[in-house]
Design a protein around this ligand. Structure first.
Ligand SMILES: [Zn+2]
Length: 354
């Protein structure tokens, strides 16, 4: 995603952020709407030595250093698990390595306390250039309570001209003591038209389907496209699952399969309740609804199973076997039949099929 075009829906929050004087900003939005891109744009603007209309010029030494990821007055705190997806290798981020040599361990989803301490040490050094310093913490909820508490003093009284940018999906997931020390900057989701136009500009086809698949999050839709998941492949999911054709999903990463099944389950439950589906089109869901949708109780049980699977989706199981097991489990939903319970008009009972 690092090479993607600037998300146009961030223009407005960027202008708002540039007008804010607070030394600590909390950039938040429901879901991933480009908080990281916005944080980086604000950092570039604040560090630029010849800003134009408050924005980074792109030409000064500071802008070049930012582009090369070697600005000495910029520091990024990122969980290891986000480095590859965001295109920031460990050396880029200037974060002091802990040297524990955990190269074989799964990349952490947490911002570690030692990385935070290194950032605090960095923040106390004199600025190497014009005086401004920027610390980005993405996402701030990746700090556990101990780490977040270690940040409080810096957040309360940043040394020199340090400014902090924290990001979050849900500000409520942060410690109240952290939240209250930041001024909030809310991002608003792009309209469907804005999201689709942006995706089309990146060469994505089937933008309407992929945007829905990503719950309206354009950058997540782009990620689907970059993983090789086309609009057609997404639309085939409901029918493939109903027919137990796990091979249709076998090339997808296991977490992506779990996510797709989750979204399918959500839409089937919504259909059961008479609502409009969110992630799949009505046309894509039609084969799954014929001759009947799986019964409500079976869908609710499946949803619980999927939540469990999501918690273990990084379990080092053999991926194709895992996908096969997940789709076989899903296909079994359609093996249950619905019959009217005697004496209760319209009430439904679930019986095993056959
Ligand atoms: Zn500049």
């Amino acid at each position: 995603m690092s090479g993607a075009a600037w998300p146009t829906w961030l223009d407005e929050p960027l202008a708002r952020g540039l007008a804010m004087r607070a030394h600590a900003l909390l950039l938040h939005a429901p879901g991933a709407l480009g908080q990281f891109d916005l944080a980086m744009a604000l950092a570039r603007a604040w560090l630029c030595e010849a800003p134009k209309d408050g924005r980074a010029c792109g030409n000064c030494t500071a802008c070049h250093l930012m582009a090369a990821r070697s600005h000495p007055d910029f520091h990024l705190l990122l969980p290891d698990a986000l480095r590859a997806p965001l295109g920031w290798s460990r050396n880029d981020a200037e974060t002091a390595d802990d040297g524990e040599g955990k190269s074989k361990a799964k990349p952490s989803r947490e911002i570690r306390i030692d990385a935070l301490r290194a950032a605090i040490d960095w923040s106390q050094r004199t600025s190497a250039r014009c005086g401004a310093k920027v610390l980005v913490i993405h996402p701030a909820p990746a700090m556990n309570a101990v780490t977040a508490n270690a940040l409080l003093k810096t957040l309360e009284e940043p040394p020199g001209r340090l400014r902090l940018l924290l990001t979050a999906d849900d500000p409520e997931s942060l410690l109240p003591t952290v939240r209250s020390r930041c001024q909030r900057l809310a991002l608003t989701p792009p309209t469907a038209a804005q999201g689709q136009a942006w995706l089309a500009g990146q060469g994505v086809a089937g933008t309407e389907v992929l945007l829905a698949a990503a719950g309206g999050q354009a950058q997540a839709a782009l990620a689907l496209h970059e993983e090789g998941i086309s609009a057609a492949a997404w639309s085939e999911v409901p029918d493939a699952v109903r027919r137990g054709h796990g091979d249709a999903l076998s090339a997808w990463p296991v977490p992506r399969v779990v996510d797709a099944l989750h979204k399918l389950c959500h839409d089937l439950l919504t259909l059961q309740a008479g609502g409009a589906p969110r992630f799949f089109s009505a046309a894509a869901l039609a084969p799954a609804a014929r001759p009947a949708l799986p019964p409500l109780a079976a869908l609710v049980a499946w949803q619980k199973e999927l939540l469990r699977a999501a918690r273990h989706d990084e379990h080092p199981w053999h991926a194709p076997l895992r996908v096969e097991a997940l789709t076989a489990q899903a296909a079994a939903l359609w093996q249950t039949t619905r019959v009217a319970a005697p004496g209760r008009g319209g009430a439904l009972a679930t019986l095993p099929g056959r």
